[in-house]
Design a protein around this ligand. Structure first.
Ligand code: ATP
Ligand code: MG
Length: 570
């Protein structure tokens, strides 16, 4: 392409709205343009990268035997009512009505649609296993759209749905997707870690996320420093820290006027937060749930929701509810005598001796509380894992890092097929529900994550595999006939060889051309300047500082070598 004929809306200024590198650089490189909160137009360089990522995804998916589909984004509400998700999805779903008042949504995901296709089209075990995928636009009215296309309200997702006869079949489909995802992200130049993820209260039997480690990540991941254990903090098993048991002492009610928070208690009792049992009260679909964890721990709401069998609405209880279940003002809740519908006790609390906790009486706490003797409840793991915890797999140390989720693989089991009657006839003529998996990749988010991992102060450094163009040919002085002639020759030679090449024939200073080439991140730059009279040009990789002087007739070979080196087909 001739850059003089292209729309190249690059910006020199850093846009004020952007907080993270990838968002800033995408705006500055003119890849995206914002239309509304979380709604972006893809500009020419942006869509080229998206297509590259999509092509890699297609190749790897097709390689596993999966088959491409394209479902409609407009989905009738009936399907969602069958699965029970019309209500469960809540405000994240964009809903609309047609002229006859029929309800629809803009698909936030497509389990229902693909289950519907499967129940109509799959009759017999002979048609299984089957894996259907699509690359399609999704709509989610995110509570907090941010970071540009990392979390937007319209985005492109590759979603796949597998159908098997049994769990064993699902395991194989899931593993095939795991391998395909590893290949996809590697080919995009992304370093990812595959981490165990929460699969929800009624979800299936396994789930893993592909995470890109990054400061700006919205997920926290627990990694073992020694073994391969890695899990989303939502899921990571928190190994209880067990102190030596003491002889139980007599329960003692202490007057603690105006002492409510853990900090105030630590000062009042002159001890550490580890000696306290902290009680949090939640509302879960109209039921009250108390959770008791050690004073220095954080309650893990995902674990709690799973433990109570799922909840659509789940939030901290208001002051009135707290007064009702504790018979006290806020700040004095404890497990002894509390009147919540459900009482959950973290494992650590069950192991502690003689701890301090609220007395459910305004202005009082108990000393020497002990599980079993003074109160009982459902004991389990309800806290967040923290840095320094023991690894649940090998016992060594856990560290916590932030990550961006770019992909998700999920064993659904028969959740949707049973709800929607998607069955097949097995070998013995029996009717059975299809065993399903679902697998997603955020295409735009992947593009942003690649930039997060590949950039410097001057701009993006695209891996060759996903670069919008491979090479830019820069004539230093456009008015110089010889330079333009050679630049054109190189441009045509590369184009004919199948290289995606730009020629910067704009009437700009060479400094501007270099700045744009660096900002947009074109992997190879060929500069045609004064040395052309000696038959030489400059060859520079965006990823390296070194400028090489090469013969004009070496250019194609040099470029081809980069393709080989990076394992990218030309
Ligand atoms: P998150 O926890 O980030 O909201 P999710 O669990 O809702 O993600 P899935 O429903 O598993 O995501 O969707 C599959 C993939 O789609 C995610 O791994 C992610 O890459 C991408 N994705 C999800 N929501 C968005 C969004 N709002 N903007 C861009 N990509 C998204
Ligand atoms: Mg989400």
């Amino acid at each position: 392409m001739r850059m003089s004929k292209m729309l190249i809306p690059t910006l020199r200024e850093v846009p004020a709205e952007a907080e993270i590198s990838s968002h800033k650089l995408m705006l500055r490189a003119g890849m995206i343009k914002k239309m509304a909160s979380g709604v972006y137009n893809l500009m020419p360089f942006g869509i080229r990268v998206i297509k590259k990522i999509e092509d890699i995804i297609r190749e790897e998916m097709d390689d596993t035997g999966a088959q491409e589909f394209l479902a409609s984004a407009l989905i009738p509400s009936e399907l969602w009512k069958e699965s029970g998700r019309w209500d469960a999805f809540g405000p994240e779903m964009f809903r609309l009505k047609d002229r006859n008042q029929r309800e629809f949504c803009l698909g936030p995901t497509h389990e229902e649609v693909f289950t519907d296709i499967a129940r109509d089209e799959i009759k017999s075990y002979k048609q299984l296993p089957l894996n259907l995928y699509q690359i399609q636009t999704k709509y989610r009215d995110e509570r907090r759209p941010r970071f540009g296309v990392m979390r937007s309200r319209e985005f492109i997702m590759k979603d796949a749905y597998s159908f098997d006869i049994d769990e064993q079949g699902l395991d194989k489909s899931y593993n095939d997707m795991y391998k395909a995802y590893k290949n996809i992200f590697k080919r995009c130049g992304l370093e990812t870690s595959c981490v165990e993820a929460d699969s929800g209260a009624i979800g299936g039997s396994g789930s893993a996320e592909f995470m890109v480690k990054s400061e700006i990540g919205e997920d926290e991941v627990a990694f073992c420093t020694e073994c391969s254990y890695a899990a989303n903090i939502e899921k990571a098993t928190a190994v209880a820290e067990i102190a030596e048991k003491e002889e139980p002492k007599e329960l003692n009610k202490v007057e603690t006027p105006d002492v409510r928070t853990i900090d105030e208690l630590v000062e009042f009792f002159d001890t550490t937060s580890k000696k306290f049992g902290k009680t949090l009260i939640f509302n879960a679909d109209g039921k009250t749930v108390a959770v008791v964890v050690r004073g220095d721990r954080e309650v893990n709401e995902v674990k709690v929701v799973n433990a109570i069998g799922g909840a659509i609405e789940f939030e901290l209880a208001d002051a009135e509810t707290i007064r009702r279940v504790t018979n006290a003002e806020v700040g004095f809740a404890g497990p002894i005598g509390i009147k919540t519908d459900i009482l959950l006790i973290d494992r650590e609390i069950a192991e502690m001796s003689n701890f301090i906790t609220g007395a459910n009486d305004t202005g009082y706490h108990y000393e020497n509380a002990n599980y079993g003797r003074d109160f009982e409840g459902i004991v389990g793991d309800y806290r967040n894992a923290v840095e320094g915890d023991k690894c649940p797999k090998c016992g060594k140390t856990i560290t916590i890092a932030r990550g961006v989720e770019v992909g998700h693989i999920f064993k659904l089991g028969t959740k949707y097929s049973a709800a929607m009657g998607a069955n097949y006839i097995d070998e013995n003529g029996k009717n059975k529900p299809l065993v399903m998996g679902c697998y997603g990749i955020g295409v735009n988010r992947t593009m942003a994550a690649v930039i997060e991992q590949h950039h410097d102060d001057n701009g993006i450094i695209w891996p060759l595999s996903v670069a919008p163009y491979h090479v830019v040919v820069v004539p230093v002085v456009t008015k110089n006939e010889e330079q333009m002639k050679v630049a054109e020759e190189i441009y045509n030679q590369l184009k004919n060889a199948g290289v995606e090449v730009l020629i910067d024939d704009r009437k700009e200073r060479v400094g501007v051309k270099f700045k744009d080439a660096d900002l947009i991140g074109i992997p190879m730059r060929i500069t045609v300047g004064k040395k052309v009279s000696e038959g030489k040009v400059e060859f520079k990789l965006r990823s390296e500082d070194e400028v090489q002087i090469i013969e004009i007739n070496e250019v194609l070979q040099k470029v081809k070598y980069e393709f080989e080196k990076n394992n990218v087909r030309l």
